[in-house]
Design a protein around this ligand. Structure first.
Ligand code: ATP
Ligand code: MG
Length: 533
């Protein structure tokens, strides 16, 4: 490595700090990444300026008290490059943190208070691992340019700043460079104490070991490991994770799932005894054998499905759905050996998924989507067996907007089974059928008549009768989209209007039940016949 390219936002911010008489350092992950010759995911600046002082220099900044960090809004997307950042954040921000000391964590969740430190060395001392506890002095840029009190444009509005190797000043009080070279994850100071202060570091140790192992430039670096004493402390203090707030575990878990070796990471969490405090439900699948359509047990299959979703660079929702799609299998398993069955595992699994994601405070949209994908991952389709009406009902149940994602989960499921059957043709055919019926009405909104029409034609007030009639009409139209014309439906409304309410209720329910029974029946038979997964 001979030069570092620092994004212009960072150089601008650092120069303003230095011009005002404060220090500015790059710290944490970005220094580690620079030294490893990787592209940093985000750039963090540490300074001796206090939050109020930073805010004076940057009037538009936001001070987040909880972390003692001042965020400076930028509009440059290069500062938000990770998928996690993109999926979780809406504002682009450069974060400046005042030097601080390790706070006390009485509740093992959040530091009780923020204490500011005087020196960068003290600030590095509160950081988790030696490789994350290095800083790079940015004061050099000013000396390099030899200009004081310059305007922003002097460092280049549109060019990044390059520091050459000879000019680096790395502050490394804990021999992070040596651990980096030897590929060792080691806590700063006594590991037992450091994990006791903040148990999230247990998960972080595992993530860095797996992530760095993979993603050094020039192919897998391999050989990264957690240092012995640190690893022993992870195993010994695994239970401390119980104390950690769900949302912190969630954020770390999302980072894990977005890394290139997410499946390996989940396996390592299990090996070190941490998974039982994160997603114990997944562990139920360990050693649970499947039927003749699988060569892997449930646990391995879930991890392989996740691995496939990662390799395809699928979204966070699909990754979680792939990991959890069969979480309900152990609780629904009947029989043993090649003929064992898992009826209803998608329903049980969806409920378990809701439990997991709620416990970890996943945001509603992400939660709902993952649960939905788990719930419907097991659909039956075969060319010539499922009618167009069946495909319309499938669309109605699943939602047209979810079909692409559902097919991706299915793909991960299929490949993760180790014995992929000839599904692609069937799935392509399903896509063709969906295309064909796409414009057909599948929801009450898409009917050519609405509740107002029903009330007007029959001269009735709002009430359950209106709803029943619309349900019956939708069922008829799902069977035959040709019936969705204003004229035909109006005639139908008049006919239905003559029936009394009990009868209509029965029809509305009956039509639905009959169809579901019919479809369910076919599915059940097919599953028995072919041991459909
Ligand atoms: P990534 O590439 O995943 O972003 P990172 O090292 O930048 O890795 P962040 O979570 O962004 O990790 O944290 C930035 C820095 O803050 C870390 O490098 C570390 O120095 C410090 N840090 C983060 N979390 C903790 C923690 N729980 N305890 C101590 N220090 C931490
Ligand atoms: Mg980071």
């Amino acid at each position: 490595m001979n030069k570092i390219e620092i994004p212009k936002e960072i150089t601008i911010v650092a120069n303003k700090l230095v011009d005002s008489g404060y220090s500015a350092y790059l710290v944490g992950g970005c220094v580690r990444d620079i030294l490893m010759n990787r592209d940093p995911q985000d750039w963090d600046i540490a300074t001796n300026a206090k939050p109020e002082e930073i805010q004076k220099i940057f009037p538009d900044s936001v001070y987040e008290n909880q972390f003692g960090t001042v965020g400076i809004k930028t509009t440059d997307h290069r500062l938000q490059t990770t998928a996690v950042d993109r999926s979780l954040s809406t504002v682009d921000i450069v974060e400046i943190t005042t030097f601080r000391l390790e706070g006390r964590y009485t509740d093992k969740r959040h530091p009780d208070e923020i204490k500011f430190a005087k020196t960068i060395e003290e600030d590095l001392g509160r950081r988790d691992f030696t490789i994350n506890a290095m800083a790079l002095d940015l004061g050099i840029m000013n000396k390099e340019l030899g200009i004081k009190n310059k305007k922003e444009k002097d460092v280049g509005e549109d060019s990044s700043f390059i520091i050459h190797n000879s000019k680096f000043r790395i502050i490394d009080p804990f021999a992070g460079q040596s651990d980096l070279e030897n590929k060792i994850i080691r806590t700063v100071g006594n590991p037992e104490e450091r994990f006791n202060e903040d148990a999230l570091r247990l998960m972080r140790a595992v993530r860095f070991a797996v992530q760095l192992d993979f993603s050094a430039k020039g192919g897998p670096a391999s050989g990264w490991a957690i240092e012995k004493k640190t690893e022993d402390a992870v195993k010994k203090h695994a239970g401390l994770l119980k104390m950690i707030a769900g949302e912190r575990i969630r954020d770390e878990l999302i980072k894990i799932v977005m890394t290139e070796r997410a499946a390996k990471d989940i396996q390592s969490l299990e090996d070190l005894g941490l998974l039982q405090y994160i997603i114990p439900e997944l562990r139920e699948g360990i050693g649970v054998g499947q039927n003749k359509h699988h060569i892997y047990n449930v646990w391995e299959h879930n991890l392989r499905a996740l691995d496939y979703a990662v390799k395809k660079n699928y979204s966070v929702e699909i990754r979680f759905a792939a990991l959890l799609h069969d979480v309900g299998k152990p609780r629904t398993k009947a029989g043993d050996g090649p003929d064992s069955t898992f009826y209803n595992h998608e329903v049980v699994g969806a409920k378990m998924t809701a439990g997991i994601l709620d416990r970890l405070h996943f945001p509603k949209e992400l939660r709902d989507k993952v649960i939905h994908l788990v719930r419907y991952h097991l659909f039956y389709y075969n060319v010539g067996e499922v009618t167009e009406a069946g495909v319309r009902r499938f669309l109605r149940r699943v939602g047209p907007e979810n079909i692409d994602d559902l097919l991706k989960v299915r793909e991960a499921d299929r490949i993760g089974s180790g014995v992929p059957k000839a599904f692609p043709y069937k799935l392509r055919h399903l896509q063709f059928m969906i295309e064909k019926v796409k414009a057909d009405p599948i929801s009450p909104k898409m009917l050519k008549v609405n509740g107002e029409d029903v009330m007007k034609i029959l001269g009735i007030e709002p009430g359950p009768k209106v709803g029943y009639i619309l349900s019956v009409l939708l069922e008829e139209v799902l069977d035959d989209p040709e019936k969705n014309s204003k004229e035909k439906l109006e005639a139908e409304i008049k006919k239905l209007g003559n029936l009394d309410i009990q009868e209509l209720e029965k029809m509305a329910k009956g039509a639905r039940e009959k169809k579901e029974e019919f479809e369910g029946g076919v599915e059940e038979e097919m599953k028995k016949k072919y041991y459909v997964r």
